[in-house]
Design a protein around this ligand. Sequence first.
Ligand SMILES: [Zn+2]
Length: 115
Amino acid sequence: MNLMADCRCLTPPFDYRDFDSVAVGVDETNGRFGEVTIETCKVCGRKWLRYFVEYEAFSRSGRWYRGLVTDEIARTVQPASAVAVLQSLAWRFAGGDYFESTGFMSTDPVVVDPW
Ligand SMILES: [Zn+2]
């Protein structure tokens, strides 16, 4: 994998203005409200599945993941399947207050519940 290619969609921190975003919906699994978005890079056309969740009861709980997905997955992913898709990838970007990071490459399990 040549992950550190030049494209800005592979180089955190990310800027929403570099992407065309389409809302997939809200994942309410386990009572969370995860915002699921497909973001297409305006430069290279890569499609990213983005998941964002935070918990008001837990300070510094906000976190996001974004994983590179195929066109087919981008077309068919549902809010409730987004975490499983992200988990199935070999790696993903993660960031947010929870990680105290503006974005890093991660191979760790996807953690979207507060407990
Ligand atoms: Zn790109």
